[in-house]
Design a protein around this ligand. Structure first.
Ligand code: ZN
Length: 85
């Protein structure tokens, strides 16, 4: 289990903002399929909007629409594990 640093606590709060809900909805509306599955021509509904880069609670990164990627549950789990290494 990763350590709960002040950055992580702050990052969690960002997910509760209306700004995040708005940008998340925009992303999932624009791309409702998993983008990694699409690379292999697999159609899988996206369940998670994921940050391509580690944001560490940085608002500039967190709310950067271009850094978001729509992922299915499995690919999100893989991306999450890869980032925490
Ligand atoms: Zn996928």
């Amino acid at each position: 289990m990763a350590e709960l640093t002040p950055e992580r606590v702050f990052a969690r709060r960002l997910y509760q903002t209306s700004e995040w809900r708005r940008i998340r909805r925009k992303k999932i509306t624009h791309q409702s399929l998993c983008e990694i599955c699409l690379e292999t021509e697999t159609v899988e509904p996206a369940t998670v909007v994921h940050h391509r880069v580690r944001h560490n609670g940085n608002r500039m990164v967190f709310f950067d629409y271009d850094q978001l990627i729509s992922l299915c549950r499995q690919h999100h789990e893989e991306a999450r594990l890869a980032k925490s290494l």
